[in-house]
Design a protein around this ligand. Structure first.
Ligand code: CIZ
Ligand code: SF4
Length: 328
């Protein structure tokens, strides 16, 4: 058999595999998920950074705040949380009477692990009068020892509420912290040096190259990006902010500097506009651990339950409530 013949057999095989997987296996997985969801009285929540097929199965897709608020409001008894661990923890804190399941228990956030309670206590000892503002990308144990929680959509608002003369310790994301510091013009913020490895993969040359290819495009980036990237942007916003900005803008083409999962939702909601990922490498391996198959197994076996010890949940709730009081 010649090389060309082997090659054409290979392509045929790939075609059949894709056809069988996408049309037959996937539709059977989806119908089993739908049936079990009813049986278990479950709801599927998915973060904006999830695989497109996970977003399409979900009952609600959003940012961590929207997901937590949806979890708190739902009548469902079971929440299948497709995101990362700290998000499922926040849902468990806000709805202690519901069962919160993660399809993959390994889906953690490296940034959330970049500060420990002991390190936070040391920081507090160093700056005893400071107010601790903690990005939602943190463990429940860290939230429990914080004054305020915030998300990327309300970090500026939360910090602005704190009297100017007060020192603010911002943890764990140095890039969001730096962005908030410049926007609120505070000179007394202490930034922890955590960061998101996925957003750090977006480099200044990625933006320059895409700008050359699409000169009319607007550059819209997430504040978890490095400061050089933030400085190159036309707009800096959270995922919900990026969605709103692109929806309302009259521009037709956008270069998106955040985790690439958001592109699916942007394209779905704005079919007439063009969205270009600043870097295809901004693909969070932790977020992408959730798959339709794992959602099905999660519903079948009622795994993997996310719980937060009661004492930690009570304290963490305080910092989350203080955020919600400010931002509504
Ligand atoms: O709050 C979230 O969901 C995260 C991690 C990012 C964003 O901007 O939505
Ligand atoms: Fe964590 Fe970054 Fe992945 Fe978000 S994208 S879960 S911050 S590693």
């Amino acid at each position: 058999m010649g090389f060309q013949s082997v090659q054409s057999h290979y392509y045929l095989l790939v075609f059949y595999y894709n056809f069988i997987y996408k049309t037959i296996i996937m539709s059977s997985i989806i119908s089993s998920i739908e049936r079990l969801k009813k049986e278990r009285q479950a709801i599927i929540l998915a973060h904006n950074y999830q695989h497109p097929e996970v977003q399409d199965i979900a009952d609600y897709v959003g940012d961590s705040l929207g997901l937590a608020q949806t979890a708190a409001k739902t009548d469902a008894k079971v929440i299948i949380f497709c995101g990362v661990h700290f998000m499922a923890e926040t849902a468990a804190i806000l709805c202690p009477d519901k069962t919160v399941l993660m399809p993959d228990p390994q889906a953690g956030c490296p940034m959330a692990n970049m500060i420990t309670p002991r390190e936070l206590r040391n920081l507090r000892a160093q700056y005893p009068d400071a107010v601790v503002v903690t990005y939602v990308n943190s463990s429940a144990a860290i939230k429990a020892e914080s004054d305020y929680c915030c998300t990327s959509s309300n970090a500026i608002k939360v910090v602005e509420k704190i009297p100017k003369e007060k020192r603010v310790i911002f943890i764990p994301d140095q890039h969001l912290g730096h962005y908030v510091q410049t926007q609120t013009k505070r000179d007394n913020m202490v930034l922890w040096r955590g960061y998101c490895p996925t957003h750090r993969r977006i480099l200044p040359e990625d933006i320059s190259k895409k700008k050359q290819l699409y000169p009319a495009a607007l550059v819209v980036v997430h504040p978890e990006c490095a400061t050089e990237i933030v400085n190159m942007a036309d707009q800096v916003a959270s995922t919900s902010g990026i969605l709103k900005y692109c929806r309302e803008s009259k521009n037709e083409t956008f270069i998106i500097g955040t985790e690439i999962g958001l592109i699916h939702r942007l394209k779905k909601e704005n079919p007439d506009k063009t969205f270009i990922a600043a870097s295809d490498l901004a693909d969070c391996p932790n977020m992408k651990l959730n798959t339709p198959e794992k959602i099905l197994w999660s519903l079948e076996d009622m795994v993997y339950k996310t719980t937060v010890p009661e004492d930690i949940a009570k304290l963490a709730m305080k910092s989350i409530r203080k955020m919600l009081e400010i931002t509504g």
